[in-house]
Design a protein around this ligand. Structure first.
Ligand SMILES: [Fe+2]
Length: 431
């Protein structure tokens, strides 16, 4: 049953120094909320109710949950006289915040035929009106402004999940619809070249100059790195096809034990969304239709197990090849992220050379707190810290990642068997 709506005093007050650069809060709120809706333009109401697996949520749930965040953490405690749209929504659209109360099970979100998509859109409009009226009411103190920005960054994280989750659902359809424009062919990737990074004591983590950071990017701290080299581009489909042709999915010696167990249990033979065409050549299902695998695109939709196995296989060609640690990745990520001007609305990774930010890159690092890390007090402290177990770090960003989230210190994290995110890899090696 839905829990009672807590009193205003339950609104969390993050002790952590959430930081962001002052902006026109109302304009920024509108911009982020509009971007979310832009991403779902091509979806039917029926599409938006699908839940294809426990890890993925219906589009409709994302639209409501991001709205719930503003209602729960801002409006309910800070906007005088605010009336919740529907008290049941506090239960239905709480994701994982124990501090907010009970919640509907994650794996059963697809069973929520009610509220309808139209009602969720009315919920968004209700909260938007209240938020904009509240933002018109005067300047926010630093703490409240930071909480608002956290809500916007949270919505942007869900913008990416909206894409990855609906992709997983639609790709299970026997005739997947093309809901986005097809990308242009990828530029030739070229051979991997290696950039040497000398051994030394390096500082990693947020510098304080970022427009915004999540708590898990702090504290900045020093790490000793032995000399290493890092590839100038992500691993391509052409690279990965060589691994597959060399028996990559059939050679137990290339795999971590847990990874090999998943390969066997799931009968993995290729990245997620790949399938054999009539002529036997590999094709890839995308949000803009099914087409031949482009050898120049970065390999995408692979698990950390597959990334690790590929790196082990690649050692025969490049002695010392392996996945980078997240600290190595951060120190080596000197190039600017992928030009967002290349965004073509396809939500499909296709750039490798000289960039990061087109495909998430698995690292060899387990997701843990940095030395001295403390989550914020209150329910907001549940945002990142409680997930620091059993997950691996990815760095960079993908075509589905909002531009402001692509930065050197950003830490994405998923369990190692995860494949439905836009995940690939870049090699490092020990000279
Ligand atoms: Fe969330």
């Amino acid at each position: 049953m839905p829990s009672a709506v807590p009193a205003c005093a339950d609104v969390p007050q993050p002790a952590h120094p959430l930081r962001h650069r002052p902006v026109d809060a109302r304009a920024r709120y509108r911009f982020v909320r509009a971007e979310t809706l832009a991403r779902v333009q091509g979806l039917t109401a029926e599409d938006q109710t699908l839940q294809s697996m426990p890890d993925a949520s219906p589009t409709k749930w994302h639209l409501a949950h991001t709205t719930w965040f503003f209602e729960t953490f801002l409006l309910s405690g800070l906007a005088p006289g605010y009336t919740p749209f529907d008290p049941h929504f506090r239960y239905l659209f709480n994701s994982y915040y124990e501090g907010v109360g009970e919640r509907w099970p994650r794996a059963a979100r697809g069973l929520l035929s009610r509220p309808t998509v139209a009602e969720v859109m009315a919920y968004r409009a209700h909260v938007d009106r209240a938020m904009e009226a509240w933002l018109d009411g005067g300047a926010l103190d630093a703490h409240t402004a930071a909480l608002l920005e956290l809500g916007l960054q949270h919505e942007q994280q869900h913008q990416e999940l909206i894409i990855t989750d609906i992709k997983h659902a639609l790709m299970l359809h026997p005739f997947p619809p093309a809901i986005f424009p097809a990308p242009a062919p990828a530029e030739p990737a070229g051979q991997i070249t290696w950039r040497a990074v000398p051994a030394g004591l390096y500082a990693v983590g947020a510098t304080g100059k970022e427009d915004f950071i999540f708590d898990n990017e702090t504290p900045r701290h020093k790490v000793w790195l032995e000399a290493f080299e890092i590839a100038d581009r992500a691993v391509t489909n052409a690279d990965y096809l060589e691994f597959m042709a060399d028996g990559g999915y059939r050679r137990a010696e290339l795999w971590l034990s847990d990874g090999w167990a998943v390969v066997r249990a799931q009968d993995w033979q290729a990245p997620l969304y790949w399938q054999r065409g009539e002529e036997g050549a590999w094709q890839v299902k995308t949000l803009s239709g099914c087409r031949p695998v482009d050898p120049n695109e970065p390999v995408c939709h692979i698990s950390q197990y597959e990334a690790d196995a590929y790196a082990r296989w690649a050692e025969a060609r490049w002695p010392g090849a392996r996945l980078p640690t997240e600290a190595e990745w951060e120190i080596a990520a000197g190039e600017p992220p992928v030009e967002r001007a290349l965004d073509d609305g396809s939500f499909h990774a296709r750039v490798t050379a000289g960039f990061y930010g087109d495909v998430w890159e698995w690292t060899a690092s387990a997701y843990t707190g940095y030395p001295g890390y403390r989550p914020p007090d209150g329910a907001i402290g549940e945002y990142n810290g409680k997930f620091m177990s059993g997950q691996m770090v990815l760095r960079g960003g993908s075509r589905a990642t909002p531009a402001g989230h692509v930065r050197k210190t950003y830490r994405n994290f998923f369990p190692p068997a995860t494949r439905w995110q836009f995940s690939g890899l870049r090699l490092a090696r020990t000279p």
